[in-house]
Design a protein around this ligand. Structure first.
Ligand SMILES: [Zn+2]
Length: 244
């Protein structure tokens, strides 16, 4: 705070100092205002050799698209699956290289995570992603600024069935069913490799036909953003999700 009050030349003389946090941090899109009956489904922490193909097949059965926020370390192991996602019309997005929780608002660490995660994805010969989700939704002004400086839009969520917390299929169905609304962004998981995703898959077998019958189009975040009249930037405030 003090530095801001000093003349510019004094600030320069004190360098190197950590830059002041930006006055306004880039927002995190939580949901969008749209006149269309659309909901974006998102799947984090993959690709997962066992489960991701099952999610693809299920989504395709109902003509649905989704956004997959990939972890770089998993992407590196599964380049063929990244191409399979793209061939199936799914949106590929960046979730960092190592799934670090950037609690210290470290902009340099964020830059490294985004760049390495991006490299892991484009190495599979797919286009560079433009959407980024912060692991756990954690990122202060410096982290958000760093991500945005690399050309990414930050994406959060408005519906969280907490499917990475060993909840039941019934709970996942109930949360999404109760909160489904035009413009919502749903957080789910197809990874990491050690996690069982059967409850999420089972929930989708119920929800996809049900939402379709209600007139909803299940789409990617990119498709939802293109249908938007405005965005909601409500902060995500809750404890981070552990990797399982
Ligand atoms: Zn994650």
């Amino acid at each position: 705070m003090h530095l801001l009050a000093l003349p510019l030349c004094t600030v320069a003389a004190l360098s190197p100092v950590a830059p002041a946090p930006p006055q306004t941090a880039p927002p995190v899109v939580q949901r969008v205002l749209t006149s269309e009956r659309r909901i974006a489904f998102t799947f984090d922490d993959g690709p997962n050799e066992q489960y991701t193909p099952q999610f693809i097949a299920l989504l395709q059965r109902y003509g649905a698209h989704a956004t997959f926020f990939l972890i770089g370390t998993e992407a590196t192991k599964n380049p063929a699956m990244i191409r399979q996602l793209r061939a199936a019309g799914m949106e590929i997005a960046n979730h960092g290289m190592r799934h670090l929780y950037l609690r210290s608002d470290d902009g340099e660490a964020a830059l490294a995570e985004v760049r390495a995660g991006e490299q892991a994805i484009v190495s599979a010969n797919v286009p560079r992603p433009t959407l980024y989700r912060l692991p756990g939704g954690i990122g202060g002004p410096r982290v958000r600024q760093a991500v945005a400086s690399l050309g990414y839009r930050l994406v959060g969520w408005s519906i969280d069935p907490r499917d990475s917390m060993n909840v039941s299929t019934a709970k996942i169905v109930r949360v999404i069913r109760e909160q489904a609304a035009p413009g919502a962004i749903v957080l789910m998981h197809d990874g990491p490799p050690t996690a069982a995703r059967l409850p999420t898959l089972a929930a989708l077998r119920t929800l996809l036909p049900e939402l379709k019958a209600q007139g909803y189009t299940i789409c990617s975040v990119g498709e939802l953003l293109r249908s938007a009249r405005s965005f909601s930037y409500r902060e995500t405030r809750r404890a981070p999700l552990p990797m399982m």
